[in-house]
Ligand binder design. Sequence first.
Ligand SMILES: [Zn+2]
Length: 391
Amino acid sequence: MQINAAEVLKTCQSRKQDLLTFLEKIVMMESGSRDVDDVNALGDYLAGYAQQIGGSVLKGETTETGYPMSISFHCTPYDKTRRIVLGCHRDTVFPHGTTVKRPFQADANRCHGPGCADMKGGITIGLFAPQILQALGEPFNRIPIEIVISSDEEIGSPGSAGFIGHRCANAKAALFLEPARPDGSVVASRNGGSLFEIEVFGKAAHSGNQFLDGVSAINCLAEIIADLAKLSNDPEGYNLNVGLISGGSGVYIVPDYARAAISTRFTTLQQRDFLLQSCRSIIESHEKPGIKITMSKPVGFLPMDKTPANQALLDLVRKAADKLNLSLTSSDVRGPADCGIASCMGIPTLCGMGPVGGNLHTALEYLDTESLVERLALLCLSLIEIDSHYQ
Ligand SMILES: [Zn+2]
């Protein structure tokens, strides 16, 4: 079915003020990852809005970091209709109270406010896309879409990752609505990353009188760290960073406790496994009498690699962009995100399909105002291409 791109763009343009009003509303509803009441209140608001526009809402299990959710159009959360997943997250890195200092602001060029680009702009176009397709009429108003919304992406989606994977089971493709890069490019690949902690328990003793009775947890951790530092191979696409250390309780006490917080980055699952297994063997090699070492369960993100399936999806989205006379480029990004979950399941996946934004995670975060309309049009045309291309 042929679609007139100019008509799609015009329909999106006609909703510009509605897009901005909705974006303002959800930016002003703060939702820092650790502020679970805020994150849930925003989830409830999105659920109410979605129901008004004909979406069926599924709320996942509530965890310490809120509940993940999905909103389905022209399919239900419970049937097996092959659908296009739109991946979002509703948490931000900004704590409660940020909007008092920096409320939502918009002019013709840029919008500002906590999370405006990462990724409340993405949620906005995700929820407007089904409305635009509805306005375009048959057969576009029947495209099955499921918008999947993490509640805790900015801290590694500990409570949402399982839900996202489950919701992707019937996906024919997945577009993640993280912001497009400042140059307008979409995101073709992302690193994966893990976070975990190593804790060392030793034996305390007075450092003057009973020095030899003690077993230093700090010394042991230092030796472990020296070995961990040899694991990185950044040019090959993986590294390990010991970002935080703490331990000890006084300068005259042999320390019985030390801890390190560690992050890893990797391009492939093999690299992830290599890093984690190497950590475990290093820890084992430092076990000795009087010392106990534990490593917490890693949490984090899977990588989105440039698989043939992902590249084919990028080509389809480029085809949609051509119709808008938009020459779409793609970037490879180091920061990981939820898109790796879909990609590692073998589902054709692309990220950075939200509006254009920059200075993410800082007070200078911005969203390119005009791109709200442009990327909504691109999303709708991409949905149409994808729906007819994949069975
Ligand atoms: Zn994000």
